[in-house]
Design a protein around this ligand. Structure first.
Ligand code: F6P
Length: 368
């Protein structure tokens, strides 16, 4: 089915996994130059779900006009549409089926020469398997979590950090007025990048990350120390995947229909309760949740998304398939999708952001 000898004329584009600011900017960045080059662009709806179930619409210039600053995705997305892991209700049971052949059938039926898959880790894993079945794919790295090792940054991350910083700024004034400890929970799944960058930008006093299991005593000591120094409030920025040395991540729910069945959430409430019980300081918590994913992209994300999108379509026209667009330093380049999924990018103790945070007195709830 590989059509590598003929010119690319028809492409599909989809957005997979959790949405984030900048998806529409990428779609626009792909579609406008594609149209200028005489290509037909098919927008596949709801991520891989649309590829399996045959849901797609042709995208014209009017459809991608005026969407640069728009949050979400005009195509819809899903984190349940893995063709290789398709939950199907059979009687009272949910069975996991492989519907990758349906995905291939639709790709061929639509007469596509290539697919641009915009997504994170899960999307790239699925893309690799579909490539092995013969599809021509170019990936574009998206996720607020910024946990893809092959790119210096994913789009969406900057917007999430902006929202977290905005929230910490506001919590600062109320925490200070009421002499309280306020714990704020950030997203990020198993990586601490959002909490680290938002905590650093917002001037949190304690940042708790999944990568550095914390000690309760260490956290209590920091808020008490601040109190004794006359700073009668503290801000704790905790990543949803953070866990104490003697405990586990806090899981809110499990859903086998999702590509990752685990839904994290609840650590801020636990941290707030423990601080209040152990130190006697009045403590509150805020869970920022999907505010970090919604709304308009920051200027940085609009620029990165536009660069990613335009680079991706250039790669498709040149038939550089099996690769994911990536940011290296200030340059957009590409890496193989295989290498893009080889390693998750996690926060390291020696990274500059951690070192800078330590230098200005931010605690990570553990000594290192
Ligand atoms: O991967 C992006 C992300 O927002 C994570 O930070 C978070 O854990 C997860 O998705 C939440 O997913 P959902 O919106 O499906 O609950």
């Amino acid at each position: 089915m590989t059509k590598n000898s003929k010119k690319v004329k028809r492409i599909g584009i989809l957005t997979g996994g959790g949405d984030c600011p900048g998806l529409n900017a990428v779609i626009r960045g792909v579609a406008k130059p594609a149209h200028d080059n005489g290509l037909t662009v098919l927008g596949i709806q709801d991520g891989f779900e649309g590829l399996v179930e045959g849901k797609a619409i042709q995208l014209y210039n009017k459809d991608v006009s005026g969407i640069l600053a728009q949050g979400g995705t005009i195509l819809g997305s899903s984190n349940k549409g893995d063709p290789f892991h398709w939950p199907t209700e059979i009687g009272k049971e949910i069975k996991i089926m492989d519907r990758s052949e349906d995905a291939i059938r639709n790709y061929e039926g639509w007469n596509l020469d290539a697919l641009i898959a915009i997504g994170g880790d899960g999307t790239m894993h699925i893309s690799k398997k579909l490539m092995d079945m013969g599809m021509n794919i170019v990936g574009v790295p998206k996720t607020i979590d910024n946990d893809l090792d092959a790119t210096d940054q994913t789009f969406g991350h900057d917007s999430a950090v902006y929202v977290l910083t905005w929230a910490i700024d506001r919590l600062h004034t109320t925490a200070s007025s009421h002499h309280r400890v306020i714990v704020i929970e950030a997203m990020g799944r198993y990586a601490g990048w959002i909490a680290l960058h938002g905590g650093l930008a917002g001037g949190a006093d304690i940042i708790l990350l999944p990568e550095f299991p914390f000690e309760w005593e260490n956290v209590y000591d920091k808020v008490i120390e601040r109190n004794m120094m006359g700073k009668r409030f503290s801000l704790v920025c905790v990543a949803e995947g953070a866990k104490p040395k003697d405990g586990e991540m806090v899981v809110k729910a499990k859903d086998i229909k999702r590509t990752d069945p685990i839904q994290l959430g609840g650590i801020a409430e636990l941290v707030a309760k423990k601080i209040s019980d152990s130190t006697g300081l009045e403590t509150r918590y805020t869970v920022l949740g999907h505010l970090q994913r919604g709304g308009s992209p920051t200027p940085y994300d609009r620029i990165l998304s536009t660069k990613f999108g335009t680079y991706a379509i250039e790669m498709v026209i040149k038939k550089k398939f099996g690769r994911m667009v990536a940011l290296k330093g200030n340059e957009i380049t590409s890496v193989t999708i295989e290498s893009a999924i080889a390693k998750q990018k996690l926060v390291q103790k020696n990274c500059q952001a951690v070192q800078a945070a330590k230098a200005v007195g931010i605690s990570f709830g553990t000594d290192f």
